[in-house]
Design a protein around this ligand. Structure first.
Ligand code: MN
Length: 298
């Protein structure tokens, strides 16, 4: 059974806010494996300017199709995020970062994804990694495997739970079968174009920015691009996390109290989140916590 999650439009922070299309978390689904957040943006001539802000208990995955984003963080990383290159930031116990698109190439187009760190690893030291996967071609497709294993390629980037993250471009008219891990649940997030996904006897058409979810138990993924144009999508996967999380603003914890503590520590500048050098402006402030208790989900 394929579950189709349609995106909602959310304004991203900043004075010239850009709109993103969010499919995770969704009212019908919080997680795919440890993947807990998926924003799709562009292509558009817009500027991303997200001032320093904190994270805990997660990893951020930046994946661009075009444009360029300058990343700065509180452990001293300063990196350019470019198309086809994985930038993986591990927040663990706490990190701050800023993200600013550069004017050199102002068509911004990509995905921002988060991965939950499992309970046993959620307080690891913050880190930043960069990896450029070699494109791999097979009949009807080109892929870039940035996390985990697909298309006979394995990313060398270590993860805290088994994960799959790959960009796949299906040629016009292509009909392909991909081998997938039966213990994983999977999600396909379409960038541009349409693609049909098969489950049992039924084909399900996915459109731009939609997410198609496939539960565990499938060893093959059948895809068909019946259009005259190539279609690009991200294939995400992982075994069901099996943990309840509390996610609010930029924090992932396990309880309302965890999140309240992170928020207080960030606002008090107690050192847990460090400082970001080189960003021309003030950091973001955390919004007020809601009056109701934050509820776990997953
Ligand atoms: Mn962030």
């Amino acid at each position: 059974m394929i579950e189709v999650l349609t995106p909602r439009e959310v304004p991203l922070g900043g004075p010239r806010a850009m709109k993103v299309r969010r499919t995770l978390p969704h009212k019908d689904r919080s997680l795919i494996g440890a993947w807990c957040f998926a924003d799709h943006y562009g292509p558009e001539r817009s500027r991303m300017d997200v001032a320093p802000h904190p994270h805990t208990g997660l990893q951020t995955v930046s994946w661009l199709f075009s444009g360029e984003i300058e990343h700065r963080d509180s452990i001293g990383s300063h990196a350019m995020v470019r198309p086809g290159e994985l930038n993986l930031m591990t927040a663990g116990q706490g990190i701050s970062h800023s993200e600013v698109s550069t004017p050199e190439d102002d068509i911004l187009h990509g995905m921002q994804l988060w991965v939950v760190l499992p309970a046993v690893s959620r307080f690891v030291a913050p880190a930043f990694e960069h990896y450029v996967p070699e494109p791999v071609t097979a009949p009807g497709l080109t892929g870039r495997v940035f996390l985990g294993t697909a298309l006979g390629e394995t990313s060398p980037v270590a993860t805290y739970t088994p994960l799959l993250g790959a960009e796949i471009v299906l040629d016009a008219g292509a009909r392909v079968t991909l081998e997938i891990d039966r213990t994983f649940e999977h999600g396909i997030i379409v960038d541009q174009g349409d693609v049909a996904l098969k489950s049992g006897p039924d084909w399900h058409e996915l459109h731009a920015a939609e997410l198609g979810y496939l539960e565990p138990g499938h060893g093959e993924l059948h895809l068909h691009n019946s259009t005259q144009d190539a279609v690009r999508f991200l294939l995400l996967g992982g075994p069901p996390l099996g943990e309840q999380i509390v996610m609010w603003w930029n924090f992932v914890g396990r309880s309302h109290e965890d999140v309240a503590e992170y928020r207080a520590a960030y606002e008090a500048e107690n050192g847990q989140f460090g400082t970001v050098d080189g960003y021309p402006g003030p950091r973001l402030h955390a919004p007020e916590l809601p009056n109701a208790r934050l509820r776990p989900r997953g």
